[in-house]
Design a protein around this ligand. Sequence first.
Ligand SMILES: [Fe+2]
Ligand SMILES: [Fe+2]
Length: 506
Amino acid sequence: MGEGKVLIIDNQIEFSQKLTAFLKEQGYIPSVYQEIKKALDAFLKEEFDVVMVELGMPQMDGIEIIEEIKKVDPESITIAMITHPSLETVQKAIRAGAFDYITKPFSKEEISLVMKRAFAFRNLSVGRKKLMEELEKQNVKLEQQIKEKTKELALIYQVDRDISSTLNLEEILEIILDRLCVVLNVERCSVLLLDEGKGELYIRAARGLSEDIIIQTRLKVGEPISGWVLKHKEPVFVEDIEKDPRFARRNHERYYTHSFISVPLIVKEGAIGVINVNNKKTKQPLTNDDFRIVKGIANKAAIAVENVRLYSTLEDSYIRTVTALTSAIDAKDHYTKSHSEHVSQYAVAIGREMGLSEREIEEIRQACQLHDLGKIGVHDYILTKPDKLTPEEWEEIKQHSLKSAEILKPLIFLGEAIDLIKQHHERYDGKGYPYGLKGDQIKLGARIIAVADSFDAMTTDRPYRRARTKEEAIEEIKKCSGTQFDPKVVEAFLRIVDKLPPKPKK
Ligand SMILES: [Fe+2]
Ligand SMILES: [Fe+2]
């Protein structure tokens, strides 16, 4: 634009010639059309800056021509040419979209002024249009970037959600490697963890690496490249290792290929490992977007791996606590020595027979280990009394399931197991304690423990009676199916009871 192209639509030849000559003098490029159809065709094909229209053409009303031109290009600048301008005609032309008008025959000053204004306006509106187009383009680009970014964030969020749902290191690393390989479409990726004792990195999990490399790879802290990344806690993105002065190929570990990304796993105490990503399957180099994604996932992975470590420390201390607590009960009541252990064995076997999940089995195991812990608060003389208990003494004994739960309340990782402990003396018919819950109101785990607990109690010598035989105990449990015990649990118990290891003779 800005070439100054003017389209003149006028059937008065003499006038047109004069106008054309003058416009040329002024540096514009005029084209004259006498036929309206041809003029409009030309307007469609070429880009004219200004259109000058004679309003009094015989073939078509000039106002309609102006409207036609505005329809084709709303940004166009149209000037009406009027022989005897009346206020009405001028208003009509302006309303139709004309920018201005000139009077015929023309004065050079008038034309010169009108054209200057028209071109100034045209330049402005074209400039504005270009700016708008540019802005539009920028917007599209920005939108694209936002979309990409949102996709990345959604991806990282999802990985985070998945790895936070487990405390199993294997599962966490599998999720991370799977996602990275799929999203980045890479051949190889691996997670190396720091062996603090040896000050070396080893490959903890990998995709696309041979068993040999996984077993043999050991990198000292500080060594290129993973060791370097770990030591400097700095992510590295190399498009082509041959051209990178930092890591010019000397030996290099066999799994570093042309293009790779290496990102440290950083937690509060320092770097605990490295994530490596190598080569796209498309043979293209990795990109900055890929780099950002790996960094995002590494942040989440570091937290998840650290949580596993913290949890296993917690688990260790829990196991130590449990051992101490159960031996405390054993020490208090010699008759129940190993009771928790046996109940646990039976209940776990019943749970497995009933097809419970590993998590539910684990809860049952934890609950069994600690179910009678509350007996710590019961007087020794009651626990070891050879005679029948008085109603008051019996009341005191009945407190133990709630007392156990009370003591264990701070150990949040016991979760559901605490409910099982509270309910282990509930009965299927609702006549148990402490709440008198009935049927399904009692958790399945607690219904299982009730059977296992009774079976072990019956087959153990008590201060007030001798142990029953295994067969007698089984009969008793059958008899109580549907009243004290859940019939489904009893059925499962009967299926497994003969597979249980015999109790050691005292
Ligand atoms: Fe109990
Ligand atoms: Fe018990």
